[in-house]
Design a protein around this ligand. Structure first.
Ligand SMILES: Nc1ncnc2c1ncn2[C@@H]1O[C@H](COP(=O)(O)OP(=O)(O)O)[C@@H](O)[C@H]1O
Ligand SMILES: [Mg+2]
Length: 190
C-alpha cells in the first residue's frame, strides 16, 4: 500500500499548522523533511506516528505498520544503562553482544553500562538513535536525529544509519541540506 497523506489540516486553537498538506512518501528510501522552525514538521510526523490527531484529510498506509522513532527529545530511561534502554525495545532474539556491537559503531562502547543520566547530551542522542534502529519497524521516523553531535561523530553515526536502514523506509526531519545529499535522500520542503 502507498504511504500517502492527502489534504491534511491541523490547527492548535487559532493557529493553523498544516493547511492541506499532501505528499506520497516513497517506500524503501530516506525522505528528508526540511523547513523553517514552526512549519509543522514535528506535528506532521507525530500525526503519521498516530501520536497526534489530524483535523481533516486522509492518511493511508501508516495504519497497522510497525513504527520506530527518534523523537525531538531523547526519551531515555535515565536510570537505566544504554544497553538496558535498548533492550527494552528489541525483540527477545537480540543479544547483549549485538547491542554492544551497535553501540560500538557509534562510539559508545565504553559507555554501554553507565546510567543514561551520566552521559552527555550527544551520547544520549546516540543511544536514542541505536535504540530506534535496533527496534523492528516498517517505517522509521527521525526528528532532527543528529542535533547536538559534533561533525566527526555525526559522520560516524550517518554511516551507521545508512548501513542499518538500507532498503528501508525512513522519514527524517532535518535543517541540514548537506545531510540530504550525504544520505542520498529524497527531499520534501515544508
Ligand atoms: N501541542 C501543541 N499545542 C499548541 N501548539 C503547538 C503544539 N505543538 C506544536 N504547536 C505549534 O505548532 C507549530 C508547528 O510546530 P512544530 O510542528 O513543532 O514545528 P517544526 O517541527 O516544523 O519546528 C508551532 O507554532 C508550535 O508552536
Ligand atoms: Mg520540530
Amino acid at each position: 500500500m502507498e504511504l500517502a497523506v492527502k489534504d491534511i489540516t491541523k490547527s492548535y486553537g487559532e493557529k493553523v499548522v498544516l493547511d492541506g498538506f499532501t505528499h506520497i512518501f516513497e517506500k524503501d528510501r530516506i525522505t528528508c523533511i526540511l523547513g523553517e522552525s514552526g512549519r509543522g514538521k514535528t506535528t506532521l510526523i507525530r500525526i503519521l506516528m498516530g501520536l497526534e490527531q489530524k483535523d481533516f484529510g486522509e492518511i493511508t498506509g501508516f495504519e497497522n505498520i510497525k513504527k520506530s522513532a527518534v523523537f525531538q527529545e531523547d526519551r531515555l530511561c535515565k536510570n537505566l544503562s544504554a544497553v538496558a534502554n535498548i533492550k527494552l525495545v528489541c525483540s527477545k532474539a537480540v543479544t547483549k553482544e549485538e547491542i554492544l556491537e551497535n553501540l560500538k559503531r557509534v562510539g559508545l562502547a565504553e559507555a554501554a553500562y553507565q546510567p543514561a543520566r551520566e552521559l552527555s547530551g550527544g551520547m544520549q542522542r546516540r543511544v536514542a538513535i541505536v535504540r530506534a534502529l535496533m527496534a523492528e519497524y516498517d517505517v522509521l521516523f527521525l526528528d532532527e536525529p543528529f542535533k547536538g553531535l559534533d561533525s566527526d561523530t555525526k559522520e560516524q553515526v550517518m554511516d551507521y544509519l545508512l548501513e542499518k536502514t538500507a532498503g528501508k523506509t525512513v522519514i527524517m526531519i532535518t535543517h541540514d541540506q548537506e545531510e540530504v545529499g550525504r544520505l542520498n535522500a529524497l527531499e520534501l520542503k515544508m
